[in-house]
Design a protein around this ligand. Sequence first.
Ligand code: PMT
Length: 404
Amino acid sequence: MELNNKNLLLIICGGISAYKNLDLIRNLKNLGMNIKVILSKSAKEFVTPLSIASLSKNKVYDNEFSLNNEIEMDHIALSRWADLVMVCPATANIISEISQGSAKDLITTVILASNKKVFLVPAMNSKMWENKINQQNVKKLKLAGYYFLGPDNGELACGELGIGKMSKIDEVVLMLKNYFTINNIDLKAIVTAGPTREYIDPVRYITNESSGKQGFEIAKKLRQVGFKTKLILGPSNIDAELEVDTKRVTTCDEMFNATQNSLPCDVLVMCAAVADFKFKKYQKKIKRKAQEMKIDIDENIDLLKYFSNLNQNRPKLVIGFAAETEDLLKNGKAKLLDKRCDWIIANDVSNKNLGFNSDSNKATIIYKNMEIENLPEQSKSSIASNIVYRILRQFDLNGKRDIN
Ligand code: PMT
């Protein structure tokens, strides 16, 4: 459905993960996609043109310019034929070439001449990924409108642990399904993410462990499939502005105002870990020997409850999260009823490697009719792709992207 008869130009570069494309191509062919592949010279060290041609059932293109091919203007024809261009795996080298605007071979020329969205699925050693020059190149490409999927954290081919692992094939397929969904449909999403900070005096505050990663991934993926997306982000180190329209806030009250001012929207995802309490703030730093130190605590507004119960401008779909350390399902269901949102996504935050400030998560979606769906442990990026897939399904949009 979503991918049937869609044209994918797949560019395979030389990295150990290149072999994963054999599985990817087989899966996508089963879903009805048309696939043409360009293999870089070094990719041929990892996969053979013959295996790619057999699986894709199409001619495989060499990266080197060939007189015969260029008589047919391959670099233009291929990019016009494609509905989407995907570089997988995207190595540090190709990222560097594209960011320089290189046009020295078929791959770089196709990308430079492309009038379609280009997705990059990076895979490399973590030090290469984190290298300042590589990060500058990535930043440049994100600003120029290229979309990235991954990389993930985990054990790398070189045996080291860290960021640089290629996104799982399942997620790449899901990303493609999500992408081929909406186009020029005027839908808007607001996502809250990160912690809030509530000050006691000018230098002291309470907050929590939320990093903003889960909400950021959801916002990024909503934007990638075509939603006009606003991310309202509490204090976080994420460079979110590069990939999504972001409003930075500090306190719960600021998050409330920013959300209110961003309405109306079709989907509201409240992933932020908002502090339940605020303080009557001391105007000056509290002295160590304060004789009568008294902290006045006030309840913060419950944003999820407030926006779920709006009479006017209520978003069509309001999704809350529940961070639980016990009785996940019971507490999640109670929150769904209490707040009157449409879905609750309950995640267990008692495990250090999941939930708060980690790269992975595991969640249970509880729908309004109390049906549940489990999303097993996976990267936050992948959890986000799964949530976005279900949002699109809710709006009955899967498979509706028009191709021009
Ligand atoms: O940011 P990360 O490090 O990636 O971690 C992600 C996460 C664990 C923070 C995220 O997945 C998550 O669970 N977010 C909700 C955290 C939370 O505050 O849960 P809660 O059970 O206390 O609140 C339930 C819901 O009410 C949430 O949707 C929350 O946004 C909302 N709420 C809470 C308090 C408040 N004053 N206003 C609210 O809207």
